[in-house]
Structure formats: C-alpha cells, structure tokens
Design a protein around this ligand. Structure first.
Ligand code: ATP
Ligand code: MG
Length: 293
C-alpha cells in the first residue's frame, strides 16, 4: 500500500486520462471553497439547486450545446437488444470487443456545465424581476488533452442570473470584479482575459470572433502547474441566447442571462500548486480567507 500522508490533498490519477481520485483532504478543500463562495454570494438572494451529473438530451439540444460542441458532449447509451442477442455479445466483454454493438443513445446526456438545467426551468415565464440561482454539479467534457487542470470529470459551481440586458451586463461586471478580488484574497493572482469558447467545425472562427467582439466571456487564469495557466473561473453574458432557446422574457422582451463559473477542481489545483500538497500546512491567512474565521 502507498504511504501517502492523510493530510496530502494531491489527487490520484486513474486508468482514464482526465479522471482523478480525490483524497479526503482534497474534498475538505473543495468544501471550504464551496462555503467561501457561498459567503461571497450571501448578499444576493440566490436560490440554491443541486444539479445531477446528467441532463435531458432535449434540453442540451435546445440550448445549442450539441450543435456547437459535439466533440465535448458525452452521451448516455444503454442496451436495446434482446436477451438472445446478448448471449452472442456477452462473451465479447472478456476480450474488450464490441459488446456494446446494440447500445443506443438515451434521452440523457452527461451534463457539460452546471447552469444548463436552470435556463430550461424558466420556459414560458415573463420575469418581472431578475432571478438568481446558485448551482453546483459534476460536469463531463470529452476533452482532447489531459494536461494538468484539464479533466474530463470535474466539479463546477455557478452563479446564474436572468433578467433584462442592463441587469445582466451590470451583474457580470460586478461578479468579474468580485471573483478577481476573491482569488486575490486567496493569494492567487489571476490574469483577467477576454476569451471565447471552443466551437467545433467550420463556423468556429466566426463564432469566436463574434464572441470576442461582443466581450461575452472573461476568464480568470492562474497557473495549475509550472508555466501552465488555466481558466479557474469565468464571467459570462449570453445575451438573449437562452431566452430565445427556452422562450422566456424579462419586462416583456426576450430574457437575457449571465453566469459566473468557478472551476472548483482547477481552483483547488491552483492552490495546491501555489502552497504545496498539504492544506493543513498552508499559511494561516489562507485558512482565514477560506474559512472566514
Ligand atoms: P478552457 O478554456 O480551459 O477549455 P472553458 O472556457 O471551456 O475552459 P467554461 O466553459 O467557461 O470553460 O467552464 C467554466 C469553468 O469550468 C472554467 O473556467 C474552468 O474553471 C472549469 N472547467 C472547464 N473545463 C474544465 C476541465 N476540462 N477541467 C476542469 N475544469 C474545467
Ligand atoms: Mg476557455
């Protein structure tokens, strides 16, 4: 057996690239981050929703994710054959052969970001005042690479709002600054950068240019390994994208949305990189920043 110290929070790799095992000390750190974010968000009336790691495929299609990011989407398949067909397929498991030849796509996909189910709950509503949600989920993305911080299964916390264009614009500016200050308080020095999303295929450059021109997405980047900065949080406006897709309005016109995302695993990895593998040995000011005591 390994002689890992119980205070060591360093995640363990698994047979699957981008899928890590998380020791108790790491989970404790994630819990402290979660509570610190909750304190940060305490002066706004966020409704907290716990989001499962799967979502209706129809919702993800309607949201535009399947069309724009087919390369990242993990689908849920299950067996649709007969018992007699299975008699022929089952022996293939032993040789890792195509035992899954009769699997077919289901009505579920793996959740790619925590905020998606929220927009669908607004369908048909006219929002008289902004709504706010605080969500967290285990997310999945079929990433092509697995450098430090680029996981396929990772934890994301998000603060989400929907309302008028002016509200969403102002809210995003506010939260971009607030998250930058929070990370500074943890001794991380984020670089704030205009960013785009990894759209797939032909229209990619056009979409990315439009996203940058409209300043829809800002990332806060911090090293998670030597010389390897990753986006550990982002602050985004989506304009009327989800209002159109899910048919909701604010003050009578198509609803706008904004979100700020905290990559909990990447924040944990950035802290471990900055301060070492044992959170119990970190400087006391960090305990104060994280635990609020
Ligand atoms: P990247 O630019 O690194 O590919 P992204 O722009 O696709 O990330 P978002 O869609 O904005 O990321 O997701 C919100 C946050 O979730 C990111 O800022 C990051 O902290 C976290 N995140 C995204 N993808 C991953 C991943 N593969 N592993 C770990 N955390 C991730
Ligand atoms: Mg990005």
């Amino acid at each position: 057996m390994s002689t890992r110290h119980p205070d060591d929070a360093t995640p363990l790799p698994t047979a699957a690239p981008g899928v890590q095992l998380q020791p108790a000390a790491y989970e404790k750190l994630l819990g402290a981050l979660r509570e610190s974010i909750a304190r940060l968000a305490a002066d706004e009336p966020f409704e907290r929703l716990v989001v499962p790691p799967v979502i209706s495929r129809a919702t993800i299609e309607r949201a535009g994710f399947a069309a724009s990011f087919p390369h990242l989407l993990g689908t849920v398949h299950s067996y649709t054959g007969s018992a007699s067909e299975w008699r022929a397929l089952a022996p293939l498991i032993a040789e890792s052969g195509p035992w899954h030849a009769r699997q077919e796509i289901t009505d579920l996909v793996l959740l790619p970001a925590a905020c998606y189910p929220v927009y669908a709950t607004l369908t048909g509503q006219d929002l008289a005042a902004p709504v706010r949600y605080s969500v967290e989920a285990q997310c999945f993305r079929q990433e092509a690479t697995a450098e430090p911080g680029r996981l396929r299964s990772f934890r994301m916390a998000e603060l989400v709002t929907a309302g008028t264009p002016a509200h969403c614009q102002e809210w995003r500016e506010h939260w971009l600054q607030r998250v930058a200050d929070w990370l500074e308080g943890l001794g991380l020095k984020p670089s704030v950068e205009l960013a785009d999303d990894p759209f797939f295929g032909g229209g990619r450059k056009l979409y990315q240019a439009a996203q940058r021109a409209q300043e829809l997405k800002f990332e806060l980047r911090v090293p998670v390994a030597d010389g390897l900065p990753q986006a550990i949080a982002s602050a985004n406006i989506h304009k009327d994208h989800f209002g159109e897709a899910f048919d909701f309005t604010a003050d009578g016109t198509t609803g706008h949305t904004a979100c700020t995302a905290f990559g909990l695993d990447r924040i944990a990895l950035a802290l471990l990189h900055a301060y070492g593998p044992r959170p119990v040995d970190w400087p006391p000011h960090l305990g104060t920043a994280l635990n609020g005591d």
